[in-house]
Design a protein around this ligand. Structure first.
Ligand code: VGL
Ligand code: ZN
Length: 191
């Protein structure tokens, strides 16, 4: 599959706290970094979303259950855990979208409360290629939101990892995205 000039790569929340050793680690979260770096030069447009919470964010809990939307404190704005994985190639002047910055509101989708949709439309982007963390939360929400905003959405399955709580939610998220109309592809298909 040929990458076109009006395609955009959306790299979701590839931050330290979602990688092994972080506050809310996703198994193998760091393993997708080399593959993402490899495909990035194919795209004329790349967007990096990041979870960018105030220290008092409403999702933070001292006894988080995950399944009810409560999480250990993670990705606090400006702190080391909120930084992108150090090996991820983030060019100077990169297009970065911060989300869930309102202490009283959760936002899993990169479109929610941001100018992402408007800016993609301004650039006449047609297809969104989505990868990153985590498959069952922010990747899924961003992909489905993209469809609802009229974009064609493709998920690069091998360049995503899931929180997978409860177990199986990663696989279920892929099925849900497919059902909604997201096309599931592998990075090896990209030319
Ligand atoms: C995410 C849980 C809490 C994600 C963000 O990026 O998928 N998951 N905050
Ligand atoms: Zn979060």
């Amino acid at each position: 599959m040929k990458v076109k000039s009006d395609d955009a790569l959306l790299i979701v929340d590839l931050q330290q706290d979602f990688c092994p050793g972080g506050a809310l680690p996703v198994a193998g979260g760091d393993m997708i970094v080399p593959g993402i770096n490899r495909i990035m030069p194919k795209f004329a447009h790349t967007v990096f979303t990041r979870d960018w919470h105030p220290a008092t964010h409403c999702s933070f809990s001292k006894s988080p259950t995950y399944t009810d939307g409560s999480w250990p404190a993670h990705c606090v704005e400006g702190r080391p855990g909120a930084m992108f994985h150090p090996d991820l190639h983030v060019p100077a002047g990169a297009w970065i979208v911060s989300k869930a910055t309102d202490p009283n509101r959760e936002a899993y989708s990169g479109f929610q409360g941001s100018d992402l949709g408007r800016r993609l439309s301004e650039r006449r982007i047609g297809r969104l290629f989505v990868c990153g963390l985590a498959t069952d939360y922010c990747v899924k929400a961003t992909a489905i939101d993209g469809l609802e905003r009229g974009f064609e959405v493709l998920l690069i399955e091998d360049l995503c990892r899931a929180v997978d709580v409860p177990p199986g939610s990663g696989v279920a998220a892929i099925e849900e995205m497919r059902h909604e109309g997201v096309r599931i592809i592998a990075s090896g298909e990209l030319e």
